[in-house]
Design a protein around this ligand. Structure first.
Ligand code: G
Ligand code: G
Ligand code: G
Ligand code: MN
Ligand code: NA
Length: 262
């Protein structure tokens, strides 16, 4: 396809950027981390969403190249923030295909070394979808990655791909509660007309307790308003991410937030 053709040249033409979405301590709202999100801006096609081009990159064998670019950019930015004295971590999203490539662990280790980043400052976000495949193989992969010293987050937890019965077996450090569980209201498409909303707090409570009992750090994703913030804080959550605290922003903006907080 033409999109595939354009994607192949995107790195060389300097059309890719990372934006960083703040992860904050709650309730203090102090920024403590940032999730790197990939953006592609094409001169004619305009902005292409990662939901479109990441699957494409996976199909056409480009994901290792794209993912490598993301890793290096993220580690570079992280090294600058650490050099400025900021106490911060950076996470990157890892696609299942990327995770299963034999060379991925080496790629991660090389990026850490090249930018002299303390490994525990880098978080790899593995989507819950990845758990649906071969669990033993996934465990081996994650174990190898963790030996480099990076931390692993299970992303989109509770989105509906059900890893609940296997969660305790996964060698992970962080649980990211999917925004659909944190949302005060159901997504519009699924919302029956004029039905009073059921309380959502019990959902957040139970996932938070599960995460903490497994010894995991828990991040509530998709916090969009003060009610949702109150619920996640009430459930004992220490970290949040979402519209209420800010969207993905260029590195300079995130840096300004870090500086404002010191
Ligand atoms: O901000 P947002 O629209 O970018 O993200 C859409 C989806 O794309 C999310 O599922 C997110 O995890 C994914 N995504 C964003 N950046 C990257 C990336 O660098 N690599 C991978 N594999 N997925 C990404
Ligand atoms: O799958 P992953 O969690 O990596 O995807 C991150 C996606 O979530 C990005 O598209 C990001 O823009 C989006 N996002 C960030 N904050 C919010 C929020 O408060 N609400 C919703 N619905 N999406 C958000
Ligand atoms: O930045 P843009 O003009 O594309 O924003 C369009 C809409 O998407 C706005 O409502 C804005 O709040 C929201 N938005 C901005 N950045 C992000 C993002 O990174 N992820 C998601 N899912 N929505 C965003
Ligand atoms: Mn993510
Ligand atoms: Na998510």
């Amino acid at each position: 396809t033409t999109l595939e053709h354009e994607l192949r040249g995107a790195i060389e033409r300097d059309e890719l950027r990372l934006v960083f979405q703040p992860v904050v301590a709650v309730p203090s709202v102090r920024p403590v981390g940032a999730e790197a999100l990939l953006r592609w801006s094409h001169p004619e096609l305009g902005r292409v969403r990662p939901d479109e081009f990441i699957p494409l990159a996976e199909e056409c064998g480009m994901i290792a190249k794209l993912g490598g670019w993301v890793l290096h950019q993220a580690c570079h930015q992280l090294s600058l923030w650490l050099a400025d004295g900021h106490d911060v971590w950076v996470s990157v999203n890892v696609s299942p295909r990327e995770l299963h490539a034999p060379e991925y662990v080496v790629q991660v280790a090389e990026a850490l070394q090249a930018h002299r980043v303390p490994p525990q400052r880098l978080v790899l976000e593995i989507t819950e979808h990845a758990v649906a495949t071969d669990l033993d193989e996934l465990i081996r992969r994650l174990t190898a990655l963790r030996r480099t010293g990076v931390r692993i987050a299970l992303d989109d937890f509770g989105a509906g791909y059900s890893s609940l019965g296997q969660l305790h077996r996964l060698p992970i450090d962080i649980l990211k509660i999917d925004h659909s569980l944190v949302a005060e209201r159901e997504p519009r498409a699924n919302r029956p007309p004029a039905r009073p909303g059921r309380p959502f707090a019990p959902m957040v409570d139970v996932v938070m307790r599960l995460g903490h009992q497994l010894g995991l750090e828990v991040i509530a994703e998709g916090v969009t308003n003060p009610t949702e913030l109150a619920v996640v804080v009430g459930a004992g959550c220490r970290f949040g991410q979402g519209q209420l605290f800010g969207w993905g922003v260029p590195a300079e903006h995130l840096e300004a937030m870090l500086e404002a907080a010191t």
